[in-house]
Design a protein around this ligand. Sequence first.
Ligand code: SAM
Length: 234
Amino acid sequence: MTYTFVTLFKNLVEGYFQDSILKRAIDGALLDIQYLNPRDFSESKHSKVDDTAVGGGAGMVMNPQPLYDALSELKKNDEDVHIVFVTPVAKAFNQNDAKRLAKKSHIAFVSGRYEGIDERVIETFADEVFSIGDYILTGGELASLVICDAVSRNIGGVLGNSESLSIESFETPLLEAPSFSKPQIYKKSSVPSEYLKGNHSKIRSLKLALSENKTKYFRPEQLLKHRTRISYEK
Ligand code: SAM
């Protein structure tokens, strides 16, 4: 998978790939990270990439020309590139999107800055637009990294243990049961005793009950989905 980050601030993105799982994936040639700076395409005298909003409104907007030319160049080099704009004004990204996007060969993430991107660029180039939640970030780089990270875990070979994918939260409507590590007792607090007895069917039942409790507390609408699915399967 190739990712191209279309960003004015490459430095904000680069660090994330310098350690841990995604670095290993790059070293193992499973991922390739490229950068494209719209400023390098600006035709204005001082390489400007923003301007005041037409029709009024506070702040500056990324103007179309630099992004239009950058993205045209990107498409010229790879017509299969899948272009994703990150913006708060979109459907929220989720785990199904992560799995679906993991099958692409090249994804470009376009990060907005200032008050956002001229809508005509989005209309011309976007294959998809995603929000990562109902709040406003200063720029799209974090949102792009969030999506990139979630997608990458679903690419074959990126995770050492791919079994962990199938038991994670959002693979089913239920959230994952609480996890514990060693020691069994830490600062007088013990892991659930059932976990220690080695009866796998009892451990599975307990994990399911804990998982349902967590889901009921944090995401009641997900529990409803789970129950509907079970009654449908019966
Ligand atoms: N004026 C815009 C609005 O009210 O919708 C917000 C612009 S924000 C300050 C600048 C950029 O950050 C956006 O163009 C987008 O790329 C990114 N961004 C901010 N919040 C985001 C979110 N929740 N999800 C995805 N991208 C976001």
